[in-house]
Ligand binder design. Structure first.
Ligand code: A3P
Length: 305
């Protein structure tokens, strides 16, 4: 892997997402420049262990929920640790490797003295080589693109001051459809993990937010099986689901008033948590645009949401 200096990153094609956010195109994906730098450092320095677990997602597809569930599934024998969810935001408990610099606490993701539970928004092609080449497992969560874009719009609006105007929704949809959004294009992001999960289902578990909502218990049992930590007693799965419900998590003080990532209130990660909220926002023109640029292609791959 070549060295990526600031000046090389500065030469990459660039765009502005919602005016304020600078993105550069790196290896076919749009990321903020510090994220490219962090991802390159990971490529050079991160050594995955066979027993590490990586969660992966494009943004706003259910990452926070998956982090909470996977954390509880893996730590369920240790009640004290599981209770950490009452005091810490899931993004602290399961760090996003390329974004640790944005954390309000020092997090050492390189300490490989024990197996790690980590997360990345990076596309499959850009995760550190050792994550692909070792036996470490990956769980990807995908979501209907229409709900994803609506969720994303709310997320970015939550950074605005009360007197500021909301980001123009139509422009936001255009960015999403053109793929010029953080970690975009969404389509390629989903496709990359989907194709790999079909080639190697023991290595990558591909989940859908919608399936987690419809039949959460089956999905939680599936995650535990995949991680080779099956439940001895199915009622434990129900307990974990109620521990990780959006209603419970959003009401903890740390998630009402705290902030884990710089300038990002923890509350912005918990909104409605519903399937189909897009019906309240998209015009038929917007819907058609997302169908034509993303949904039809996902359907060609056998991916229905
Ligand atoms: P909405 O904006 O549609 O409500 P991410 O975690 O990838 O940033 O995704 C955020 C979305 O997941 C938001 O969707 C948020 O409300 C939802 N979410 C967060 N925690 C959840 C939970 N415990 N259960 C279900 N959905 C959750």
């Amino acid at each position: 892997m070549q060295r990526w200096t600031d000046s090389r990153i500065a030469e990459l094609p660039r765009t502005h997402f919602i005016e304020a956010l600078k993105l550069v195109e790196w290896e076919g994906y749009w990321c903020m420049p510090p994220i490219v730098k962090a991802a390159v450092a990971l490529q050079n320095n991160f050594e995955a262990r066979n027993d590490d677990v990586f969660l992966a997602s494009c943004a706003k597809t259910g990452t926070t929920w998956l982090k909470s569930l996977a954390f509880c599934i893996m730590q369920r024998q240790n009640h004290q640790i599981v209770d950490a969810l009452t005091l810490e935001n899931p993004h602290f408990l399961v760090p996003t490797v390329e974004a640790v610099a944005y954390s309000d606490k020092t997090i050492d993701i390189f300490d490989a003295s024990a197996a790690r539970l980590l997360h990345t928004h990076l596309p499959h092609a850009l995760v550190p080589d050792s994550v692909r080449s070792t036996l470490c497992k990956i769980i990807y969560i995908a979501r209907n693109p229409k709900d994803t874009v609506v969720s994303s719009w709310h997320f970015f609006n939550s950074f605005l001051r009360r007197d500021e105007e909301l980001f123009p929704f139509e422009k936001f949809i255009d960015c999403f459809c053109s793929g010029k959004h953080p970690y975009g294009p969404f389509l390629e992001h989903v496709m990359g993990y989907w194709e790999e999960s079909k080639k190697n289902p023991k290595k990558i578990l591909f989940l859908k937010y919608e399936e987690l909502k419809i039949d959460p218990k089956t999905q939680v049992l599936k995650i535990a099986e995949f991680l080779e930590r099956p439940f001895e007693d199915d009622t434990k799965a129900d307990e974990i689901l109620s521990r990780c419900s959006i209603e419970r998590l959003k009401n903890f003080e740390v998630n009402k008033s705290g902030s884990h990532f710089v300038d990002t209130p923890n509350s912005s990660f918990f909104r409605k948590g519903e399937v189909g909220d897009w019906n309240n926002y998209l015009t038929s023109e917007m819907e058609m645009k997302i169908d034509n640029t993303i949904c039809l292609k996902l359907r060609d791959l056998g991916l229905y949401f």
